[in-house]
Design a protein around this ligand. Structure first.
Ligand SMILES: NC(=O)c1ccc[n+]([C@@H]2O[C@H](COP(=O)([O-])OP(=O)(O)OC[C@H]3O[C@@H](n4cnc5c(N)ncnc54)[C@H](OP(=O)(O)O)[C@@H]3O)[C@@H](O)[C@H]2O)c1
Length: 244
């Protein structure tokens, strides 16, 4: 099948393009660097011509109050173009527990993205993943100074981007789920514990201070980000990934 991968140059998108290609599909990456801007719609009709499946792996440039407008506009543009092109399947990547974290605007924006897709004219699939291992360094950097990293004890169940990409590729190559597939990592950590493991593995001597009010993930209630009962559990552990 011809599969258009919007955001196909990103962390997940670039791996999805390779996996779909290896599975025999004609997977074509699209992004601003290839001439497609999903916000303005520039290059979109050309990108989707002849595509049976459209996979949207773009991300908002910021996680703040601008993120709902990004996901609204890009999804509206994508679905109108996918309908016009006759695509039979639209896929997005969202976040496990997004609907359970109403105090975070980015998570509300991801739920908005899901809702637009569900209400749209194209048969759809949603893959919801937990936090990527590759995202941990960014999370640490938000609340770090020269000597300490402040992190809340929020429970998380992170996973390797490669495992996320495999899940997205599997769903994209199949029939529309008309629903959601949850995927998650094999282990639960608290975020402060994950920070300590990460710094120790890197020989970084900064101290992780447990601070229930630190950073974006302080707003997460209870076990909202952990795998729901129906989740597919990926194999790669955090320590295996760190050792690579
Ligand atoms: N981080 C996590 O832990 C996590 C967990 C679950 C789900 N997710 C979801 O996973 C998705 C993909 O994340 P990622 O980390 O792979 O993102 P990423 O590495 O930042 O890649 C984003 C991609 O989108 C493209 N893009 C950005 N703005 C665009 C626009 N206006 N038009 C067309 N393409 C545009 C980028 O192109 P350029 O490179 O040219 O800018 C890039 O190819 C996101 O939607 C995120 O919500 C993330």
């Amino acid at each position: 099948m011809k599969i258009a991968v919007i955001g196909g140059t990103g962390l997940i998108g670039s791996q999805v393009v390779k996996l779909l290609g290896a599975a025999g599909h004609e997977a074509v990456p699209h992004s601003p660097s290839t001439g497609l801007d999903l916000l303005s719609g520039k290059g979109l009709a050309e990108a989707l011509a002849g595509a049976a499946v459209v996979v949207n792996l773009t991300n908002s440039p910021t996680f703040d109050d601008a993120s709902p407008a990004f996901f609204r506009t890009t999804m509206d543009n994508l679905l109108a173009a996918a309908r016009d092109a006759g695509a039979g399947h639209a896929v997005i990547l969202s976040n496990v527990g997004a609907d359970q974290v109403p105090d975070l605007v980015y998570y509300r924006a991801k739920v908005l993205q899901e809702d637009i897709l569900k209400a749209g004219p194209v048969p759809y699939s949603i893959v919801r993943a937990t936090q990527f291992f590759e995202f941990v360094d960014a999370v640490l950097s938000w609340t770090a100074d020269g000597n300490t990293v402040r992190l809340p004890p929020t429970p998380v169940q992170p996973m390797a981007a490669a495992d996320v990409a495999q899940a997205v590729a599997d769903v994209s190559g199949g029939a529309p789920l008309r629903g959601t597939r949850n995927v998650a990592g094999p282990e639960v950590f608290t975020l402060d514990e994950l920070g300590r493991i990460t710094l120790a593995a890197r020989g970084d001597h900064r101290t992780v201070v447990t601070d229930p009010g630190a950073g974006m993930f302080a707003a997460v209630p209870g076990d909202a980000l952990l795998a729901p009962d129906d989740a597919v559990i990926a194999k790669t552990t955090y320590r295996e990934w760190l050792a690579r």
